[in-house]
Design a protein around this ligand. Structure first.
Ligand code: HEC
Ligand code: HEC
Length: 269
């Protein structure tokens, strides 16, 4: 069934073709691609470029992220702008010098298999609107990651302060984009991970940070209670549970825990 691969690739990767073709029309004649290994070897350059535009948008990068600069002939004036280097040196798109280009080839094969082999094999009818594309995972990031994992990595590498700083930075830069989930429960999930890894101070720092943005978050107060308990700070746990219940009077879990904790005299550490 090898003949199906080019069809799948074309349908998956070229959704935005008409707009891009219009844009390309100004560019004048261009030589055909000479080093296509995943796309059909004879795919016209315009069509390849349309796919490439989808790649750059999906990953939030420019062409030079995957394509290496052309070797400039000694003493020669720079060749015509390569239209993607954004003011950088002209690129030779046929070179395979960059690791990212090789990774991208594997990603292309993966995406083709996900759609053509696994999703279609599961009996789903795949078309251009429901197919997995680079964007499905990348969401405008070269290295796609959940916020939870990005923060967990920062805690492991440099501690709680660096995770808090990273959150602020990412939120400023990506809020409103699909790149990261900044909704109420995201930091709670990251804090729960930290708490499970016995990093209660980091967990508390993230939860406190969440209250800056979601000051009515009962889930955050409940998580503060659980994390405080894990570090034997019963007084803080009780205070947080009271706050959670104030915000969410029918929160039975918090009620139950509060009843249990206040049954005996609270002990601070
Ligand atoms: C995420 C990585 C990535 C980005 C970003 C990217 N490309 Fe590519 N490009 C590739 C890969 C991989 C191939 C080879 C595809 C294959 O082997 O079938 C390729 C091939 C090409 C080719 C064919 C070259 C030849 O002679 O074989 C052209 C032209 C091209 N890209 C242009 C561009 C342009 C213009 C941009 C920016 C708008 C761009 N690319 C951005 C990964 C990328
Ligand atoms: C199923 C999810 C998924 C899909 C679909 C996907 N990628 Fe990726 N991609 C990833 C993950 C995960 C990484 C690794 C991120 C990291 O290293 O932190 C990655 C890494 C990459 C990298 C390396 C980035 C770097 O600088 O290390 C490139 C290039 C890339 N993808 C290109 C693509 C292209 C092009 C497509 C579409 C043809 C695509 N990906 C589709 C999940 C995906």
């Amino acid at each position: 069934m090898n003949f199906r691969r080019p069809l799948m690739l074309a349908s998956v990767f070229v959704a935005a073709l008409p707009a891009v073709l219009a844009a390309q029309g100004r560019g004048g004649p261009q030589e055909p691609p000479k080093n296509l290994q995943v796309l059909p070897k004879d795919m016209p350059r315009q069509q390849v470029t349309a796919i490439m535009n989808n790649f750059t948008a999906a990953l939030g990068v420019n062409c030079a992220y995957c394509h290496a600069a052309a070797a400039a002939p000694a003493g020669a004036a720079p060749a015509a702008p390569a239209g993607g280097g954004r003011g950088g040196p002209p690129l030779d798109y046929s070179l395979d010098d960059k690791a990212q280009k090789k990774i991208a080839r594997e990603m292309m094969k993966m995406v083709t298999d996900v759609n053509g082999k696994y999703l279609a094999g599961a009996g789903l009818t795949m078309d251009a609107r429901n197919s997995v594309t680079c964007e499905t995972c990348h969401h405008g990031l070269a290295k796609p990651k959940t916020l939870r994992n990005a923060l967990g990595g920062a805690i492991d590498a440099k501690g709680a302060d660096s995770a808090v700083a990273l959150y602020r930075e990412l939120r400023t830069r990506y809020y409103g984009a699909a790149a990261y989930d900044f909704s109420e429960n995201s930091l709670v999930a990251a804090a729960t991970d930290a708490s499970r890894a016995n990093k209660s101070p980091a967990a508390l720092a993230l939860l406190k940070l969440n209250l800056e943005f979601y000051d009515k978050s009962a889930a955050t107060y409940s998580a503060i209670a659980n994390t405080s308990l894990a570090s034997n700070d019963t007084a803080s746990a009780i205070a947080a549970l009271k706050k959670a219940i104030e915000l969410q009077p029918n929160n039975q879990q918090a009620q139950g825990l509060l009843t249990r904790l206040t049954a005996k005299p609270p002990q601070t550490k």
